[in-house]
Each structure stands twice: as structure tokens, then as C-alpha cells.
Design a protein. Structure first.
Length: 292
């Protein structure tokens, strides 16, 4: 963890630090796109890092296989030459499901997350017959809140069903607003005494998978001291990176931006300094948006 008493530097672009790192593990939603459009300046910056010999692995808490997220990135206009590979919490969840292949499961989440189960030899049942729950998100995240699921969570807790959370994020940006993610439901289940197994950031398995992909891309082992994690969420991106022993670059124009904006919505540097000092985990550096 960085020293909370020392100011955390704000960098202007990746070019000022690129020579320190061989690998970037980059968050997707909030860094590479906002759910509506890709950020071209970020794609350009990551491409320039790769052109200097670096490897970029995208690390996402999306509850779908990486191949499906790649298709989404293409639709949003993200450039393919900005990254070498991708791993998602959906990929990690699929591995967990495969290890429980003889146990019937109940899926709680929207239809758009169906690709998570594609090709898996598992039996999906109703809640009353399930041995465990796979949570991918709220059924209607445009209108629902975690509290709307209280009765369903009580039913799960009554049966002591373990839950695999395929997306530990609490909220995510969709355009200019925040919507609830699976992590918000999982956190509520934990307060009720339920057992939750988290598949994505900030937990170790997804980082181990990402580092394996980075080593394959570079055809050599990865040095954690020369690996930079980039993300816009303190609870997942920054906490996970610091726990792994990596440097962390915090993107301030992401999901936390409202917490240190002034009355007009503009970025308030003093408010950011106070807010970041009050966090239990601190990034190595900060950047407004990822640019070169």
C-alpha cells in the first residue's frame, strides 16, 4: 500500500511511465469504454504501449466469456490492436462451474448472460432444487435495486446455498449513470450470513489467469514489479492490484468521479485529494483518463 500521508502523483499520460512496465492489466468498463462508446484516446495509448514492446491484457468483471466481451468491444468501436488478450470473471466462473459439474445450479441474472453457460455440461434447475447459485446480475438493472431481491435471498439463505458471484462490481457506468451489478446483491447476501465465492477482481484467481496470458503473449515470465494494473474502482481494481503486489494506476474519471466533483460537476482536485486519502487502499498513481 502506498503511504497515505504522501501525495499520490497525478500523471498526464502513459508515456511518462511506460518505460517502467512490461505488462499492463487493464480494466475495461469505465477505462476502455463507458458501455455506450469506446474511448479512442485510451485505445491509442494502449496501442502505443504495445508498440514499445509491452503486453496488454484486459481484465474484466463481466459475467460472460471473454470471447463475448471481445464482440462487444468491436461493436463499441474499440480497436483490436490495443490489447493482446482478455480474461473475464465469466471465464473464472465457468471454471468454478466445471468443478461442480455434478451439482445442479440456479442462475440468477438476465438473459444476456446466458453465454456464461454455453457448452457447459451442467444441470440448471429452480431455486428449490439447486445445490448452489450462480449470480450474474439483476434481472432488470435499469429499474431494480438490490433490496428488491430480499425475499429471494432469504430463500437462498434458508437453504444455506453457496453463491458464485460472476461479477463482484457493485455498480458500473452506463453512459452518464450508474447501474447496480451482481456484487451489490452478493454483498447483501453476505450481510445475511450467506456464503459467497467471488470470481473476479479484487480476488486472486482472475489476476493469476491474466498473468498467465501475459506470460504467454511475451513468451517469458511476468515480473510483478514491472506490471501495472489500471482501473477506475478502488474496491476492485486498486485493492486487487495492491494485494497482488503490483503498481496501480487509478482512473479518476470513472465510477468514483461524482464523489469529488464540484457543484458544477467539474473535477475538484482538492476534493479528490481528500477522498483518496480517506480510502483504505491507495493507488501508486492517478490519471484522469488513459491517454498517451
Amino acid at each position: 500500500m502506498s503511504d497515505a500521508s504522501a501525495p499520490i502523483p497525478m500523471i498526464a499520460g502513459l508515456s511518462s511511465i511506460a518505460d517502467r512496465y512490461d505488462v499492463i492489466l487493464c480494466d475495461i468498463w469505465g477505462v476502455l469504454h463507458d458501455g455506450v462508446r469506446a474511448f479512442p484516446e485510451t485505445g491509442d495509448a494502449l496501442n502505443r504501449f504495445r508498440a514499445k514492446g509491452g503486453a496488454v491484457v484486459l481484465v474484466s468483471n463481466a459475467p460472460r466469456p471473454g470471447s463475448d466481451v471481445l464482440s462487444l468491444l468491436d461493436r463499441l468501436g474499440a480497436r483490436r490492436d490495443a490489447y493482446d488478450d482478455i480474461v473475464t470473471s465469466g471465464d473464472v466462473t465457468r471454471h468454478s462451474i466445471e468443478k461442480r459439474r455434478d451439482e445442479p445450479l440456479f442462475h440468477l441474472g438476465p438473459d444476456r448472460d446466458e453465454p456464461l453457460f454455453r457448452g457447459l455440461d451442467v444441470r440448471r434447475v429452480g431455486l428449490e432444487e439447486a445445490d448452489y447459485v450462480v449470480l450474474t446480475g439483476l434481472l432488470d438493472d435499469d429499474h431494480e435495486r438490490p433490496e428488491d431481491y430480499h425475499d429471494r435471498l432469504v430463500a437462498m439463505r434458508t437453504r444455506n446455498l453457496p453463491m458464485i458471484c460472476a461479477n463482484p462490481d457493485l455498480v458500473v457506468e452506463r453512459g452518464h449513470r450508474l447501474v447496480y451489478c451482481a456484487g451489490s446483491l452478493a454483498a447483501l447476501y453476505e450481510t445475511m450470513g450467506g456464503e459467497v465465492i467471488y470470481a473476479g477482481k479484487p480476488h486472486r484467481p482472475i489476476y493469476e489467469a491474466a498473468l498467465t496470458l501475459a506470460a504467454t503473449s511475451r513468451d517469458r515470465p511476468v515480473d510483478l514489479t514491472r506490471t501495472l494494473a489500471v482501473g477506475d474502482a478502488i474496491r476492485t481494481d486498486i485493492t486487487g492490484a495492491r494485494a497482488m503486489g503490483m503498481d496501480a494506476l487509478f482512473v479518476t474519471r470513472g465510477i468514483h468521479a461524482r464523489e469529488f466533483a464540484d457543484a458544477s460537476g467539474a473535477h475538484d482536485d482538492a476534493a479528490l485529494a481528500r477522498w483518496i486519502a480517506g480510502q483504505s487502499v491507495h493507488p501508486t498513481m492517478m490519471i484522469e483518463t488513459v491517454v498517451w
